[in-house]
Design a protein around this ligand. Structure first.
Ligand code: MF3
Ligand code: CO
Length: 294
């Protein structure tokens, strides 16, 4: 087939692990994928599509991941250091039989990313960094459990924040919801980013181009790359079983970013304007999508 992967015989067991014969299971589905490919569509290779067993595993991972963020939400306050957040995330994750995915990922030194105010993403927790009233912070958690990956992030407003900061945080969360509303099985990935970008622009904000969402499940970052400045009707077909994140980074000022921090990780807005991000993880189903982590 189009993806170069082997296809079972009609009476052999289906590739999806259902135990059913291929002809009674994914044969028609595979023919649909092949036809879309022949018609010039970008069709994900079938090894990106999650089986029912994969999805069960990812859900168990995501339960810990969302639990970590709930745990942080109950504790974060003015005076919290980002090092403390790292400790909470690490200890909660390990106590739940899981591993924080960021730790040692491509040399990342901590268990979570904490990105304050003008930090777009990949902020490194630090004992000398204390949250103060008025700060907005993204806490980005990723978990490995039994080999399955989950990933989501939330914004936290510390104490009373400015109306500008509160608006950016709210609009960014709504942008994720608008992106989710654009998800249609057998539709296109580009529909999501187009909806997110239009929503951000309506509110006078800009969307970061260099970072996006990603496939996830058996690895931390799988294909496809999920842009949030995409065109409708373009990109990968949203085939049931595709599992990925929606995680736009939205700036109050210009869209340009500054990646020159000597630590090699921390990304800031070029103009030092405020920036926000929310991240959810979903899987495409036959009739819509299922949220796995948030
Ligand atoms: N959690 C980030 C994402 O949403 C990835 C962080 S990579 C790290 O994809 F190494 F910085 F943790
Ligand atoms: Co992610």
């Amino acid at each position: 087939m189009y993806d170069g992967l082997p296809t079972p015989g009609r009476n052999d067991e289906c590739w999806c692990g259902s135990g059913k014969k291929y002809k009674k299971c994914h044969l028609d589905f595979d023919e649909r994928l092949e036809a879309l490919y022949e018609a010039g569509e970008e069709v994900p290779p079938r090894d990106l599509l999650k089986t029912a067993a994969d999805i069960e595993g990812i859900k168990r991972s995501a339960e810990v991941n969302a639990g970590v963020l709930d745990y942080v939400a109950e504790r974060i306050a003015p005076g919290t250091t980002t090092e403390q957040i790292d400790q909470w995330v690490h200890d909660y994750t390990v106590e739940h039989g899981a591993i924080p995915a960021p730790l040692n990922y491509e040399g990342f030194p901590k268990s979570v990313c904490t990105s304050i105010n003008e930090v777009v993403c990949h902020g490194i927790p630090d004992a000398d960094e204390t949250l103060a009233a008025g700060d907005i912070v993204n806490v980005d958690c990723s978990t490995i459990k039994d080999g399955y990956f989950s990933d989501s992030s939330r914004m936290f407003c510390i104490g009373e924040v400015s109306p500008e900061a509160a608006d950016l945080v709210r609009v960014t969360k709504e942008a994720v919801e608008v992106g989710l509303a654009a998800v249609k099985p057998w539709g296109h990935l580009g529909d999501i980013g187009a909806a997110v970008n239009a929503y951000a622009q309506e509110h006078g904000y800009t969307v970061v181009r260099e970072f996006g969402g990603h496939g996830i499940g058996l690895e931390f970052h799988e294909d496809p790359f999920v842009s949030f400045v995409s065109e409708p009707g373009t990109g990968c077909v949203l085939v049931p079983g595709l599992c990925f994140t929606i995680e736009p980074m939205i700036n109050a000022g210009a869209q340009e970013i500054d990646m020159s921090d000597p630590n090699g990780w921390t990304v800031r807005t070029a103009d030092r304007s405020l920036t926000a991000q929310w991240e959810v993880q979903l899987v495409i189903t036959e009739d819509g999508y299922e949220l796995l982590s948030w």
